[in-house]
Design a protein around this ligand. Sequence first.
Ligand code: NDP
Length: 499
Amino acid sequence: MSRKPRQTTTAGAPVPTNETTLTAGKLGPSLLQDYQLIEKLSHQNRERIPERVVHAKGWGAQGTFTVTHDITKYTCADLFSEVGKKTEVLSRWSTVAGESGAADTERDVRGFSLKFYTAEGNWDMVGNNTPVFFVRDAYKFPDFIRTQKRHPKTNLRSPEAMFDFWAAQPESVHQVTILMSDRGIPTTPMHMNGYGSHTFSMYNKQGERFWVKFHFKTQQGHKHYTNEESEKLIGKTREAYQEALYNAIEEGKYPKWTLYIQVMPETEAGQQDYNPFDVTKVWPHKDYPLIEVGELEMNKNPENYFQMIENAAFSPSNVVPGISFSPDKMLQGRIFAYADAHRYRLGTHYEALPANHPKNAKVNHYHKDGAMRFFTNDFDNRDAYYEPNQYNGPVADESVKEPPLKIDGDADRYNQKTTDADFVQPRALFEMFSDEQKSRLYANYAAAMGPCSDEVKERWYKVLKRVHPDYEAGVRNAVNKLDTDVNTVPITDDTPLED
Ligand code: NDP
């Protein structure tokens, strides 16, 4: 008798074979009653779930966050309650536009998502490797994403669509500048920063609210590929990030980030010459210095990628007492959109999957049946299936109510028009770049904008000119140079091959 465990059906019964179909006679045909064959083929058909509409290609790990500095004067969140406190974390990094088989080292923004399994429930920090975003109103989010995906007729990515859209949203130039700069292609997820990007809020035990920005700064240093390096690498491997991250963790070289926050007292919002809830803006460090909080270390490769990373569902709606939202319109849109994306992609009870289920907090909700209802929440009394009830079912805890959000003004559709303020921060960024960094910025633009129509190019040059005349001139020259460098003679069967 073999010491290997017995293979079974999904219902646990032992199976007699995993090799030979049940047939009528030696020559067949196969019999419908060979249920295990049908079951096996059916499972194969169902091994994929819809990939994420955005951020489809990703890499992840498990790890720990440790508090190193006391920030209890800003927040009563349990995970920050004492120096030395450790919290388990799940991470997922991703590119935005490519499908799940896309090459890892394409020029793109990277997602930077963290799930903190705190004693008060899961806190999701669903950020990017950039401190800002392309648009500041959730109405524009689906259109923006459409420009990053494939054209309906050609089924190809469309630089024309991207720059046409950005030229109509000049505030996007801040994020586009970062995307076209060296930081547009990190060498691995370990060599980039993570930012919450939006403004969030924290509140303390006294009920004082503060506006907050999150910064996870890489301890590995920033490392980037040029377009040429990345193209060469993609020729060799499309999975460079997965390989680098997986191997680093297996070899015990655990990547680390330092968490800092920027803090703005609640009443200071509105006193700046920029809107502090506009996700196309940062808060300058000189006005709101970085305050050190703790260290993130990712130190475990998940045993099963699909179970822990493909099934991971991060949503900015997952906040815990002591951390909350802000009036940022993009954040407000994402609070709905992300959780809804998971309900569609994974199913109604996606939060009960191992990656998403709170590890350190008891889940006591009254949501009931539906797909994936593989948990009981009968609260030791089967009569407590609605609320309020007299059967000791769980009740809400008023003590975790967040302080009221002070609001003034009328409800209206406030159109934040493009103003000179939209170009101040991209200008500061552009002026930080060395001459070499600027040359690469121009060249990266030329590669990205080369295929665009003259109309779209001219509209984008106008945007760049508002940032800095040198920026516009540099990009224009690089694009023109590319146009004259391009070999316009098509290659045919008769073209003599070079030696
Ligand atoms: P600071 O000089 O205090 O900060 C500059 C910041 O720029 C640093 O955080 C640095 O990140 C980051 N940086 C350096 N090179 C790049 C790059 N190629 N792409 C993106 N970021 C880069 O000045 P300010 O706070 O006044 O900001 C000036 C400009 O810097 C802003 O307008 C914005 O464009 C950019 N920036 C600002 C951030 C902020 O939160 N204030 C955050 C990131 C960028 P690091 O320390 O990791 O090298």
